[in-house]
Design a protein around this ligand. Structure first.
Ligand code: SER
Length: 324
């Protein structure tokens, strides 16, 4: 990894992953690929920034050539709730965009990280201790694109030798950039609302268990899997990775340890609930642990402590900025 392109660089994961890659590999060597979402000043000013719409293969080609890119973190994607509302857009970005990216990677011999998701599973998958290799018949458009994406990435590796690698991310909790329309977004919003209003109305029901992960671990997973010696990998696209599994009641109880007056109530969104019910309660990530040493750092209590600390400062600063 010398010259890196991150697509979807201004998104929830991209914004933090790009900064970490710049810290490790040098600011000038990591290109922030942006499209619809505006980058933060920090992202824009700390290294090269290019508009890269993955639907436009020429734009991808041009940027890869211009910066002599050898590794792409392809994060540009449509999340699950938006994909249900706009299936055509989801197919176009998640499949046609990925196809373009893989074609350019084949031509320029780039390694490619492509995130898959818990969304690649469905109601007929064993939902407890979901194995690495199991039934994948998702019922959401997002899931359809994620399974097809996993297969396409493995195909490009087997057929053309493109070094594709990926993980099945669970819900990602972060405090810099908000997620953009996923089923697991509640697990981020609950922290913001706990600090701002001390109450939260959740759009998934109590008892909805899903895998989750704090952003530092999500970034670690992406970088670690791309840095590991290829000879160690039996699987490629994509590895189950998880750090914790909780339902809204459990995260609310953890928040209450810091904000005792916090309350939660429920207004279930049927579309999101149906998606969440079809996803694993908790995945078995032993293949990632064995093949490339995956080991998350943050549990629910540690993440909650950090989220509340970071957001308490950030939201006070935001308040002061908006009232000036
Ligand atoms: N966080 C994603 C979503 O909810 C899951 O991959 O869409």
């Amino acid at each position: 990894m010398k010259n890196i392109l991150v697509t979807g660089s201004a998104g929830q994961i991209g914004s933090e992953l790009t900064m970490e890659l710049r810290r490790r590999y040098g600011n000038e060597n990591v290109v922030a690929g942006i499209n619809r979402t505006q980058p933060s000043e920090k992202l824009r000013d700390s290294g090269p920034c290019e508009t890269v719409d993955c639907i436009d293969i020429e734009a991808v080609h041009k940027t890869v050539k211009k910066y002599n890119i050898d590794t792409v973190f392809h994060l540009a994607a449509i999340l699950s709730a938006v994909a249900e509302a706009k299936p055509n857009l989801a197919w176009n970005v998640n499949i046609n965009g990925l196809y373009n990216l893989l074609e350019v990677a084949r031509e320029h011999e780039c390694a490619v990280f492509v995130p898959s998701s818990i969304g690649a599973f469905g109601p007929t998958t064993p939902l407890d201790d979901t194995p690495q290799d199991t039934i994948q018949r998702p019922t959401s458009m997002y899931g359809v694109t994620k399974v097809a994406g996993e297969l396409l990435c493995d195909y490009y590796f087997q057929r053309f030798g493109v070094d594709t690698r990926g993980v099945r991310y669970p819900g990602i909790i972060s405090n810099e950039t908000l997620p953009g329309g996923g089923t697991t977004d509640y697990a981020v919003e609950i922290y913001y609302e706990a600090i701002k209003k001390k109450k939260y109305t959740c759009n998934l029901g109590a008892g909805t268990f899903l895998d989750m992960m704090y952003m530092p671990d999500a970034i670690k997973a992406a970088i670690q899997i791309m840095e590991v010696d290829a000879g160690k990998l039996q699987h490629r696209n994509a590895f189950n990775v998880t750090a914790m599994s909780f339902d809204p009641e459990a995260v609310a109880a953890e928040i209450r340890k810091h904000i005792p007056e916090f309350t939660i109530d429920y207004a279930v969104d049927p579309v999101k609930q149906a998606i969440a019910d079809s996803w694993p309660n908790n995945m078995d990530d032993s293949a990632a642990r064995q093949e490339w040493g995956w080991a998350p750092e943050y549990t629910l209590p540690e993440m909650t402590k950090d989220m509340i600390k970071v957001l308490s400062k950030k939201l006070v600063v935001d308040d002061n900025t908006t009232t000036k």
